[in-house]
Design a protein around this ligand. Structure first.
Ligand SMILES: *Cc1c(COP(=O)(O)O)cnc(C)c1O
Length: 446
């Protein structure tokens, strides 16, 4: 992007100036409208989410057969929703947050099979592709018991096909593990940020891992090119995939049941606030889209990004979405939060979220390690640094003039004692012990 253009943007969108300096910011989305209005021109609907949910149910017997650890939930890949009162007390004391209401942790960090939020979108997309293939060939009908897909004759069928994906790590793990279990040839194109242990784990499952010097966008670009050359290869396109997005969105309906079990209401008097770490946007976007379908105007969705890689915020605040990168405004795109190391946002997600998202927070890397230690000490729960970004929202909630105005404008100020806050923990359970130790001892001075 030309320098003069960037200068113009910064004049029009003043928050960019703070972001260029690497400062933490709080941004309220000026384009948010009522839920009803936000759905008017939306290309996706609640039926699309229901369709995805039904597909995951059809695959449950197959998943249970391949991954016995999913038996407890009858083959559904779902995570616990946990009260974290000790963490709430800790952050109120340590950071002076004065957070009211109830604080919960959605533990997608502990989702079966892939140990991250990617177990929702990534696995769903592989299953959707699989169903498309077998239905097209007349090998199965939607009424059949899908557990037969684990039989050798189906495996031999899937072995002719390849699945490819570009990844900073966790998406590759979920697509790689699931595709290999079904029988596909799998190639994961890993960006420079991807951790060695993730590459090792994938190779141990028979996945081909190609490594790139470049960032995420470069790995995606080359992966897509190689896949397009092969008619029997399917490329999972994290930047544009509607399937991934809908796989994430299924989280919402299931959350309703978990809230009800805890006797938690979400309505006019009991607002729900959700804080989700954001990379390219698919996971937080899909989850938020699903939550909006269920809770409408009563849920307030916030994304959190690293100060050096706030790609979704850059796209949303400028209105340029996928047509601008963090490098364009002079940021490095480099962060310890490997799952969030994305320089250019999904334009598709940006457009869907534009009328729905409440706002964004950015966070310095050093804090992610502090929040990680806080949670570990207070609750004995380990999250990877990327996932800890969620706590930036929780902590900043009562410390920002922008948020105060947002609450006032939406008539929420006196309802905050009844509020429920969910920090969406997006990854961590597969991180090896050695790596956890390194993380625990990491202190950055910034
Ligand atoms: C991928 C990922 C995210 C963000 O998901 P996007 O779809 O890239 O926005 C957040 N946290 C972790 C741990 C992730 O792996």
């Amino acid at each position: 992007m030309e320098e003069s253009m960037v200068k113009n943007l910064v004049e029009k969108v003043p928050i960019l100036k703070e972001m260029q300096k690497g400062q933490e910011v709080v941004w309220i989305n000026p384009d948010k409208v009522s839920f009803a209005e936000s759905m008017k021109d939306c290309e996706l609907s609640v039926e699309d989410v229901e369709d995805a949910e039904a597909r995951l149910k059809r695959f449950a017997p197959f998943i249970m057969r391949c991954f016995p650890e999913t038996k407890d939930r009858d083959g559904l890949i779902e995570s616990a929703l946990t009260d974290i009162l000790a963490m709430k007390n800790r952050i109120n004391q340590k950071y002076g947050s004065a957070l009211e209401g109830r604080l919960l942790l959605k533990q997608d960090s502990h989702l079966a099979i892939a140990g991250s939020v990617k177990a929702r979108g990534g696995i769903y997309e592989v299953l959707k592709h699989t169903e498309d293939l077998v239905l097209e060939q007349g090998l199965l009908s939607v009424e059949d018991d899908y557990s037969c897909l684990a039989e050798p004759e189906f495996r031999r069928f899937f072995e002719q096909y390849t699945v490819q994906v570009g990844s900073t790590g966790n998406l590759g793990m979920s697509i790689g593990i699931m595709s290999a279990a079904i029988g596909y040839r799998v190639i994961v194109h890993m960006s420079a940020d991807a951790k060695q242990w993730k590459k090792d784990l994938l190779r141990s499952r028979g996945v081909t891992v190609l490594e790139y010097e470049s960032d995420y966008s470069g790995a995606v670009k080359n992966g897509r090119r190689l896949s397009d050359e092969d008619p029997k290869s399917y490329f999972v396109d994290d930047e544009n995939s509607r399937n991934l997005f809908l796989g994430y969105a299924v989280a919402a309906n299931r959350l309703t049941g978990q809230l009800a079990e805890k006797g938690i209401a979400v309505d006019e008097e009991h607002p729900l606030f959700v804080y989700i770490p954001c990379g390219v946007g698919g996971a937080p976007g899909g989850i938020s889209f699903g939550l909006k379908q269920v809770f409408g105007d009563h849920v307030h969705c916030f994304f959190v990004e690293p100060v050096q890689a706030p790609c979704m915020l850059t796209g949303m605040a400028t209105g340029l979405h996928g047509n601008i990168s963090v490098q364009d405004i002079g940021l490095s795109g480099k962060t310890h939060a490997d799952g969030l190391a994305v320089g250019r946002p999904s334009g598709f997600v940006g457009n869907v979220m534009k009328p729905m998202l409440s706002g964004e927070f950015t966070v310095r890397d050093a804090r992610l390690y502090d929040y990680m230690r806080d949670l570990l000490e207070a609750e004995d729960i380990f999250l990877e640094p990327s996932a800890c970004a969620a706590f930036q929202g929780v902590i900043r909630m009562n410390q920002s003039e922008e948020i105060r105005k947002y609450l006032e404008k939406n008539g929420l100020t006196d309802k905050m004692k009844n509020a429920v806050h969910i920090a969406w923990a997006t990854g961590g359970s597969l991180v090896p012990e050695e790596m956890r130790k390194t993380y625990k001892d990491t202190y950055l001075d910034e």
